[in-house]
Design a protein around this ligand. Structure first.
Ligand code: ADP
Ligand code: ZN
Length: 812
């Protein structure tokens, strides 16, 4: 129904799908715009900050509350980006509020726990206040700030927002500033000469007063140093002055102190070095990218073929046109080398969007990107797709095959590479997906002609790809030719490499000393209390730890089940490997790189630097060492066991194993031919390992695509994964059966399950999973709409209170 009243639909930070409509009063009518934040009441006592999604005149069929305030003068999210939010919410089946939570830096979000404070301009006139208002002001004078709930207690009534709103209108109270805008620019105190004075007149003015040697010295030093302005505190510190010396000079109006907003992301003023010349193959790839008619292109270049240099030249073209560039990487913490290479080329034009930075830095970068100033190039992990670019020309997704582009939890469970591809069309910009080992999805899209393709087939400098050897450890174990976890071949190769003065990388895809402890008498393995997972032993802390929920307990030599002292360690991780190695090579420097050794700030960088400076002979690590590192003197890469990876129960296990093994191998011999890779395995005849050995991506792709099609998997089919969870096992059973049954009425044989996942219980919840395999020809909006209805029916079923359903579209 059309009405005179103006309404706004507001996105609230909640996992609820419905619209939240509020009224605008005349005072806020002109201020409200799509993309501005508003403070709105929610429920009886809460105030939330949300974002205006739309403004309209359609009266909803329930009574609407008023918007309390409009928090921004101009939208913080543009129309185009709001459209992107809508697309993500629909495609990944989550609420707009969840998208907002992922998109905005936390300093733009209002806390749920909103505080009320007295308005600074309130005239303290209590004579006109009602009793309730008086009580509130009195309490606020005592306590300074109160939560809305606390006010409800003081007034002994549930609904207090009308009081507060009225008091807000009369400028008696306000919502605490800090909550309005938690972003505070960093302020620096500066000192300058009174603009009316110059060098001489300043000294003269000082002379006209009673003599003060301290002030004279201070002023002289200042005038000598600069005629403009200096940061006040660092000037005093440098010159050994007390800050109080300046006081007299300020009083005499010779110098002025004032505050300047500075940007927190401080960087040396780098100019950027001239770009390197490309070799002919790189040149061809660059030209192909520059002239491609396709929005999206795959840059498929073998490891160390110089993809990064091609990116750099392409970026240059876009920023010369005044465009913005987004450079996406799988994990920002692992990109120190890349960041410094880009900074080398583009100096201070490069910004980094990093979750390790404080929220103020993130908010500052957000604003700079929005205003298209300072950083035309931004490097970021998946959440950088939400940055408010104004004029995006290019998105690069480096190592596009990496699954960290997919967000697992919480919703939105988006795949940032796929979002980037959507953005290519939505923002009309170029998208380059780069990797040595393209994901099957991307290769499929190339085959279909959806994406363009450019290739780099040679390593830069003409160096040969490393020679890969597969070592059969089943054989070696039988003949007792293994030393711990090392075959003779691997130990020999390590020895020879170190002799030549080169370095060794060893890859072991598992954390911790031993995955589990096992009782030799009864076979008991200690389990996590909350999850269906065995605990991992960590030598450095001598504790057992759950890698899913973080639960730990003290390690004991006695079996908890049978009480015998017969407990042994089974399996092996990076810590164990490091330990064994030190025994074989007591005089070599051996370090370990995994989540446990790089938790502390800078520890990753320190390890990298030490390895680069050849302070380390052997580096043992998890996946971390496979990711894009460019070292010049790695002569050998060893993989201790390829089998866990290959046997992992997932339809992507072979693809992933190929990618991972090719990527670690790619760390060898980047500046020299003749490097080697040794892969230990129980399955030396495994097809995937042969493809790795022969650097044969095309045949791996062909084989895997046939399998995927045959078993109805992506990229031929779409998957939607549902996880049904409840604290009570029976409810999980019943609810998942109920849901699967109702889904079958529409999706028929496309529904698989319910099935127990690898771990039946996780973090205290029993879970069962249902998988939907949908043909590409099916209408997705329609399927999702139906799916949503069935899920809602299960969630609101009276027998299933406390049920949770996690929906994952395109699971990875
Ligand atoms: P990729 O990203 O394909 O693995 P990189 O871009 O890291 O490869 O290049 C591998 C090495 O070759 C790097 O050390 C890089 O500096 C060097 N390199 C690549 N292209 C050039 C070039 N055109 N001129 C000079 N050095 C280059
Ligand atoms: Zn656990």
């Amino acid at each position: 129904m059309f009405s005179e009243i103006t309404y706004v639909d507001v996105i609230l930070p909640l996992p609820l799908q419905q619209k939240f409509t509020y009224q605008l009063d005349s005072g806020h009518l002109n201020k409200a715009q799509q993309g501005c934040r508003v403070a709105v009441p929610f429920g009886r006592t809460k105030i939330y900050a949300g974002i205006i999604d739309s403004i309209h005149h359609d009266t909803p069929d329930y009574e609407t509350k008023f918007v309390l305030d409009v928090l921004d003068e101009s939208p913080i999210v543009s129309k185009k980006h709001m459209d992107l939010w809508h697309w993500i919410a629909e495609y990944y089946m989550c609420s707009l509020g969840e998208v907002m939570n992922a998109a905005l830096p936390s300093s733009f979000k209002l806390a749920n726990e909103t505080y009320i404070v007295l308005h600074p301009e309130w005239n303290q006139d209590t004579s006109k206040l009602t009793d309730a208002e008086f009580l509130i002001t009195e309490a606020l004078q005592l306590q300074k700030r109160l939560k809305i709930q606390e006010i409800a207690q003081i007034l002994q009534r549930k609904i207090v927002l009308p009081f507060i709103k009225k008091m807000q209108e009369f400028n008696i109270v306000q919502i605490e500033d800090e909550v309005y805008e938690r972003f505070r620019p960093k302020i620096r105190k500066m000192m300058r000469l009174n603009p009316a004075l110059n060098f001489e007149s300043a000294l003269e003015r000082l002379k006209s007063h009673r003599r003060s040697p301290k002030q004279e010295e201070f002023l002289n030093k200042f005038l000598l140093e600069t005629s403009v302005e200096v940061p006040f505190h660092s000037f005093c510190k440098r010159q050994g002055f007390k800050t109080s010396y300046a006081k007299g000079l300020v009083e005499k109006e010779i110098v002025e102190l004032y505050e300047l907003e500075v940007n927190r992301i401080e960087q040396a003023q780098l100019q950027g070095a001239p770009l390197v010349d490309l070799n002919p193959e790189q040149e061809r790839a660059l030209t192909a990218l520059k002239t491609s008619e396709k929005k999206v292109n795959l840059l498929h270049g073998v490891t160390s073929s110089g993809k990064t240099e091609v990116y750099i030249h392409l970026i240059k073209k876009h920023i010369d046109f005044g465009k913005q560039v987004l450079f996406m990487v799988p994990e920002i913490a692992l990109t120190t080398q890349l960041v410094s290479r880009l900074k080398h080329a583009f100096g201070d034009k490069v910004g980094v969007y990093h979750s390790r930075f404080g929220m103020h830095e993130r908010a500052e970068l957000w604003r700079d990107v929005k205003n298209n100033i300072r950083f035309p190039i931004v490097i970021g992990a998946r959440s950088s797709v939400f940055l408010p670019f104004q004029d995006l020309g290019l998105i690069i997704v480096d190592e596009e095959h990496e699954n960290s582009f997919k967000q697992q939890d919480p919703a939105p469970r988006y795949q940032a590479r796929d979002v980037a591809v959507y953005m290519g069309h939505h923002f009309d910009c170029q998208v380059v997906l780069g990797t040595a080992t393209p994901s099957l999805e991307t290769a499929y899209n190339v085959n279909k002609g959806k994406y363009g393709l450019c290739s780099l087939k040679q390593r830069y400098g003409g160096f040969k790809l490393p020679k890969v050897h597969l070592v059969d450890i089943a054989h070696a174990y039988k003949r007792k030719r293994m030393n711990g976890h090392f075959s003779e071949a691997l130990l020999m190769a390590i020895e020879n490499t170190l002799e030549r003065g080169e370095q060794v990388l060893l890859f072991q895809n598992r954390r911790g000393f031993a995955p589990r402890q096992e009782c030799q008498s009864c076979g008991h393995v200690p389990q996590c209390k909350h999850c269906d997972v065995s605990l991992t032993y960590h030598m450095s802390t001598s504790r057992l730890r759950c890698h899913y929920c973080g639960y730990t307990e003290k390690n004991s030599n006695y079996c908890k089940a049978c009480n015998k002292q017969d407990v042994k360690l089974k399996g092996f991780g990076t810590e164990k490997i490091e330990d064994e190695l030190q025994g074989f090579f007591p005089n070599r420097v051996i370090r370990r790189m995994d989540l446990d050794t790089t938790r502390k700030k800078d520890s990753y960088e320190n390890l990298l630097n030490a390895f680069e400076d050849q302070e380390i002979d052997i580096l043992v690590g998890t996946q971390m060492i496979s990711k894009g590192l460019d070292f010049s003197s790695v002569g050998l890469v060893g993989v201790l066991s390829a089998d866990q990876m290959l046997n992992f129960p997932d339809f992507r296990a072979f693809e992933r194993s190929f990618q991972m093994l090719s990527q670690v191998s790619g760390r060898a011999g980047r500046k020299k031919s003749g490097s080697e890779v040794i892969i230990q395995t129980f399955q030396p005849d495994h097809e995937i390992l042969k493809f790795v050995k022969n650097h044969n991506y095309p045949d791996m792709l062909k084989g895997q695509l046939i399998e995927r099609q045959g078993f109805r998997y992506p990229p031929y089919y779409k998957l939607i994964h549902l996880s049904v969870r409840h604290r009570n096992r029976r409810v999980t059973e019943q609810a998942s059966s109920f849901l699967a049954k109702s889904l079958r009425t529409v999706f028929e044989h496309r529904v698989l399950g319910p099935e127990y996942p690898a771990f039946e219980r996780l973090k205290g919840y029993y879970q069962k999973q249902i998988l939907l395999k949908l043909e590409r020809t099916l209408s997705y909006p329609d399927s999702k709409e139906k799916l949503r209805r069935f899920v809602n029916a299960a969630l609101s079923h009276e027998n299933f209170k406390g049920l949770r359903v996690r929906i994952d579209v395109d699971p990875q």
